[in-house]
Design a protein around this ligand. Structure first.
Ligand SMILES: C[S@@+](CC[C@H](N)C(=O)[O-])C[C@H]1O[C@@H](n2cnc3c(N)ncnc32)[C@H](O)[C@@H]1O
Length: 312
């Protein structure tokens, strides 16, 4: 971020091919949505209303019996392994807000998986507000139809990166931004960095959750490192205000499907690190798909942490 290159304007050709329905409920969604739910629960601990801004919202909820989900049932190795698991106390506490939402949607067996908008909608109160951006035309329509009758939710068919700056600061002054792009573009990490570079100064007290894959561990670490360095050096943020949580379900060097992913959170709730430290050892064991699986949680991310070893 310190020496950020100027990127060409992000363009969207016909190729917005990413369909989250193929991946809904997989291990990466489990971690991301658990963190989102914990952040929302923390926001709810104070009576003042908050705002959620979800820059890459998807369609809000996923039918696991749909042809996409049935063709690629990644959820079975994600949320599918959690619902009937025997949860140790620390894991149960950390997963509770997320699993409560999943269970409420599925009283008779797993069929409906909540996307980030649905988790936000179900964990928000009457005075809280939710702003959803989704660029894909059909997905934006599906999303709009889903929340048309919910006055708390506004859906825009818009580039979430471009929208972000204009949406900050929200009038509530409290809340969170979720940036969860599809990573179809090889410059996606740079676009995320550019978005936070433009937005953070306008709302330095908001919580920001960035999702990124670990397909290229070096690139992910470079993003984390650059973000931490920039926030600490340029914005005066304390290292404690930057948290990273990653999970990989098999060796990151293995070929094939996504093996690892995680989140970087700026201004996390002070309780988040402890909760994730209680959860992650159990979650990694439970969601493992092969040798070499593991996790890491760095609360107070600094340059030095970034290059340090992995937990397993
Ligand atoms: C990973 S999915 C989002 C999943 C969702 N956040 C969830 O957790 O349920 C990424 C979404 O971003 C959309 N998208 C891609 N580029 C976008 C952009 N620049 N602005 C807004 N949405 C975009 C895609 O169509 C896709 O639905």
């Amino acid at each position: 971020m310190r020496a950020m290159e100027t990127l060409p304007e992000k363009r969207y050709s016909a190729g917005m091919n990413y369909r989250h329905a193929f991946h809904a409920g997989n291990f990466a969604d489990v971690l991301k949505h658990c963190v989102l739910a914990l952040c929302l629960e923390h926001l709810k601990s104070k009576p003042k209303p908050f705002r959620v801004i979800d820059t890459h919202a998807g369609i809000g909820g996923y039918d696991l019996a749909s042809s996409e989900a049935a063709r690629s049932p990644e959820w079975k190795d994600g949320i599918g392994r959690l619902l009937n698991a025997d949860l140790p106390e620390a894991a149960a506490g950390a997963l509770a807000p997320y699993l409560d939402v999943v269970r409420a949607l599925n009283p008779d067996g797993m069929r409906h998986y909540p996307g980030s908008p649905e988790i936000s909608a179900r964990l928000s109160r009457a005075d809280d507000r939710i702003h959803l951006c989704e660029l894909h035309e059909a997905d934006a329509k599906t999303l709009d139809d889903r929340y048309r009758r919910d006055a708390r939710v506004k859906v825009e068919r818009r580039d979430g990166y471009k929208a972000l700056k204009s949406l900050l600061p929200p009038k509530e002054k409290r809340g969170l931004v979720l940036i969860d792009p599809p990573f179809e573009d090889r410059d996606e990490l740079a676009h995320m960095a550019e978005a936070v570079n433009g937005a953070f100064g306008q709302w330095p007290t908001g919580t920001y959750i960035f999702w990124r894959s670990l397909k290229n561990l070096w690139a992910a670490d470079r993003f984390d490192n650059g973000l931490a360095e920039w926030l600490i050096a340029e914005k005066g943020i304390e290292p404690e205000k930057i948290l990273r949580a990653d999970l990989w379900v098999r060796d990151l060097a293995s070929e094939g499907k996504l093996a690892g992913a995680g989140v970087v959170v700026i201004n996390p709730p002070f309780t988040l690190e402890e909760k994730l430290l209680g959860l992650m050892p159990w979650l990694a064991d439970t969601l493992a798909q092969g040798d070499g699986y593991g996790w890491r949680v760095d609360g107070g991310l600094t340059d030095e942490d970034v290059e340090e070893g992995l937990e397993e």
